[in-house]
Design a binder for this molecule. Structure first.
Ligand code: MG
Length: 119
């Protein structure tokens, strides 16, 4: 399995990384990006099975990155992980095809559910 984690906060990336179920982490290839530009480039290069994407980032934010990833791959599986839990932002990204919106910090139990629900 290929996993892409994108957040401008290294700590936020590491929090997700640490909480990925061990059984999955063992055999996964995990890629990390720090902004939307990197998210899109890494997505196109590696075609990850699942993406964890922050919204507020420099260079290119998560909204724009999500749009470009969706344009590139309509089957992309992107979970938004953000401190921006405004209803308007949630509606917007879900309308764009994100699978879910998760508040930071994402709980270990919730991550397990997310991986269990992967198609
Ligand atoms: Mg951020």
């Amino acid at each position: 399995m290929k996993i892409l984690i994108v957040d401008d906060s290294k700590l936020s990336r590491l929090t997700i990384l640490k909480r990925i179920p061990a059984a999955i982490k063992e055999s996964a290839e995990i890629f990390q990006g720090a902004n939307g530009l990197e998210a899109v480039a890494l997505y196109k290069e590696h075609r990850p099975d699942i993406v964890f994407l922050d919204l507020t980032m420099p260079e290119m934010d998560g909204f724009e990155a999500l749009q470009l990833i969706r344009d590139f791959d309509q089957n992309s599986w992107v979970h938004i992980v953000t401190a921006d839990i405004q209803a308007k932002s949630q509606e917007k990204v879900l309308g764009m095809g994100a699978i879910s919106v998760e508040a930071k910090p994402i709980a270990e139990k919730r991550l397990a559910e997310i991986f269990a629900a992967l198609p």
